[in-house]
Ligand binder design. Structure first.
Ligand SMILES: [Zn+2]
Length: 251
């Protein structure tokens, strides 16, 4: 049996690797449950096509906040595809210096995404929240009523009290190696309840050694979480798998 079988990479940009089809095949062969997020709804059909016949890869329908300045109008296309998927992302807000000027447009898009998801019900949404944890949680609280969808905060770097609020709102967190290797963020990860944790790579935007991370690299995240929580790696892996099961329920 494959050592990575049953691990979870809940946020990976498989379509941004040099060979998209090979990236999907590799995740499938490794048995890593991989959520293939997209940055524009234009990428959805191909992602969906490649994921459709796999056991371990699922595609998510996104409109990345960093692209909203140029692509706000693609929200219409996003909406047209929504009924085809349970998984939504990457969506969210980015209030970092480069994207701050499109924040109003980002807010319009994210609010719309939440409203449509709430209306449809049953969606699982992977959310980018750079320098905007409070706004994200405010919008989730206002537009995604409990029981109308689930949020997974990807690469969350808010404060401890924001993390607590996110837990109270029912959010999950997908943890990556970058968060655990960071002096400021590792203590935050420690406060997140184990039953709300998933793992992710955010590949190919993160690196493992001297190459872009790939889904099997979540093994190192599981290991680091084991150190952080003083738990055997196998226990962490099985917690994460249980959490994925609880999150997605029956497909
Ligand atoms: Zn991402």
């Amino acid at each position: 049996m494959n050592v990575t079988a049953g691990l979870v990479d809940f946020h990976c940009h498989l379509d941004l690797y040099p060979d998209h089809a090979a990236a999907v095949r590799d995740a499938e062969a490794a048995g890593v449950f991989t959520l293939a997020v997209t940055t524009t709804p234009r990428a959805w059909p191909r992602n969906q096509e490649l994921a459709q016949h796999t056991k371990y890869v699922r595609a998510a329908l996104g409109l990345h906040p960093q692209l909203v300045a140029e692509r706000e109008s693609e929200i219409e296309l996003w909406e047209r595809h929504l009924a085809e998927t349970r998984y939504v992302g990457e969506v969210g807000l980015d209030a970092g210096p480069r994207f701050f000027k499109s924040l109003d447009a980002q807010r319009r898009v994210f609010q719309h995404v939440l409203q449509r998801c709430a209306q449809a019900g049953g969606k699982i949404i992977t959310v980018h929240s750079i320098r905007s944890a409070k706004s994200i949680l405010d919008l989730v609280e206002a537009y995604l009523p409990p029981g109308r969808g689930k949020i997974v905060l990807h690469w969350f770097t808010g404060t401890k009290s924001e993390a607590r609020r996110a837990v109270e709102l029912g959010c999950y967190f997908s943890i990556n190696a970058g968060m655990l290797g960071n002096e400021r963020h590792a203590p935050l990860v420690q406060t997140i309840p184990l039953d709300r944790m998933l793992t992710e790579t955010d590949g190919p935007f993160t690196r493992t050694g001297d190459r872009p991370s790939q889904p099997t690299d979540v093994a190192s995240v599981v290991e680091a979480l084991g150190h952080l929580h003083h738990l055997p790696v196998a226990d962490v892996a099985s917690h994460i798998r249980d959490n994925l099961r609880a999150l997605v329920g029956k497909e």
